[in-house]
Ligand binder design. Structure first.
Ligand SMILES: C[S@@+](CC[C@H](N)C(=O)[O-])C[C@H]1O[C@@H](n2cnc3c(N)ncnc32)[C@H](O)[C@@H]1O
Length: 384
């Protein structure tokens, strides 16, 4: 029981990592670069986002006019353990105290809806100051959620939030890591466009892999940043020393603790330019001659003992002239171009079993000369 409580506490803490403004900006800009109208006339919903804390809210409120967003909806979650004073909506604590937004002390959850951001402050520019003005002066912009069923108020699965989801065109957020399977399934079930953060491990979830395989979803643009890790803000009272990588002052002038999480990716069904760029690859013969990774492997590609495919241990060693099936690392999805490759399936590693009958090898993992390989994705070149 004690162990279970500990695990639960850890889970809750891991759900309270806050995305940095600059990471949201770097990623979202790629979609706008690819399609300048991607958010135009659209209802954007951030459904795991307390606007006091969330940079998703700040980012889209700031870009409301520029991106031509029709409506921005943000809902917070009453189950969040963070006290109200942790991170501030606009970094100015005095003005936060003055305004009449619902407060967090009673662990209420609330909704903010923005339908227009014009130059309300009459300073010649439209920016977050106008959003702040709007929240202070327009009582309709923010309201308490009621809590209407068996879920904690503000839960993305609650009826109230599902009704908001139905209205939305695009959902953008970093959802709780511990509920990722359910979260992404809900978005797909409701046919929504989305851009969300998740762990790389989610690629092999049975709720996620088939969607990647069918090109219904894909990874975002920014895998290269920090070698696939992302830095998140963590509130002071749940940060522990082991987690803290640095202390910095964020865009709002607020001191925040930063933690590093390995293997974080954006998952999306919004198009971006990177997925249309083909991977530059060499022939099998050239790889055997020049590629150090293959040279380490006795200068040759091995066939699996238990499946009709070759083992390709590194993405840059995928031969461009091999016609059969190739087993490649999961990180293929970082560079996957649907016109270049077809996804055949996947095999789990370390005997953990295979997901949903996708793997048709006899064992739950790939074996080369009796040795179990890491998790592998099976691909083939698309015929030209
Ligand atoms: C990883 S944090 C990210 C917060 C914010 N989206 C961001 O990126 O800065 C996940 C957030 O979801 C909230 N949350 C946890 N469970 C939830 C649920 N069932 N429904 C909605 N939000 C939830 C947490 O309290 C936390 O604020």
């Amino acid at each position: 029981m004690a162990n279970k409580n500990l695990t639960n506490a850890k889970r809750v803490k891991n759900d309270e990592f806050y995305t940095q403004y600059s990471d949201i900006q770097t990623e979202v800009e790629k979609y706008v670069e690819y399609n300048p109208d991607v958010f135009r006339g659209k209802i954007v919903y951030c459904n795991c986002d307390d606007p006091f804390e969330s940079n998703f809210f700040k980012y889209f409120a700031n870009k409301f006019k520029r991106y031509g967003i029709k409506k921005l909806i943000t809902t917070s979650y009453a189950g969040s353990p963070i006290a109200e004073t942790q991170l501030q909506l606009f970094g100015n604590e005095d003005s936060n105290k003055k305004k009449e937004l619902p407060r967090r002390k009673n662990k209420k959850a609330y909704k903010i809806e923005i339908n227009d951001v014009s130059d309300l402050t009459k300073d010649g520019i439209t920016n977050l100051n106008d959003v702040k003005w709007l929240l202070e002066h327009d009582k309709n912009a923010s309201s308490l959620l009621h809590g209407d069923d068996n879920y904690t108020t503000g839960d993305f699965r609650s009826k109230e939030c599902v009704e908001l989801l139905k209205q939305a065109d695009i959902v953008v957020t970093n959802p709780p890591f511990s509920l990722f399977r359910e979260y992404i399934k809900q978005l797909v079930d409701y046919g929504k466009k989305f851009l969300i953060i998740g762990n790389m491990n989610a690629i092999t979830y049975k709720e996620v892999f088939p969607l990647l395989k069918e090109n219904k979803i894909w990874l975002g643009n920014n895998y290269k940043v920090n070698a696939g890790a992302m830095f998140f803000e963590i509130p002071e009272d749940i940060a522990n020393l082991k987690q803290i990588r640095k202390i910095k002052t964020n865009e709002s002038g607020k001191k925040v603790y930063i933690t590093r999480v390995q293997g974080v990716r954006w998952f999306t069904n919004l198009d971006h330019g990177r997925r249309h760029q083909p991977l530059q690859l060499m022939t099998m013969a050239d790889n055997e001659r020049f590629n150090k990774q293959i040279q380490k492997n006795d200068n040759s590609y091995k066939k699996y003992d238990n499946y009709d495919a070759i083992e390709v241990p590194y993405i840059n060693a995928i031969p461009n002239d091999y016609k059969g099936t190739m087993g490649v690392p999961v990180s293929i999805f970082d560079k996957y171009n649907p016109k270049q490759f077809k996804i055949i399936g996947m095999a789990e590693d370390n005997g953990r079993g295979f997901s949903g009958g996708i793997w048709d090898g006899k064992n739950p993992h790939c074996i080369v000369n009796g040795k179990i390989m890491f998790k592998r994705i099976f691909i083939k070149h698309k015929e030209k």
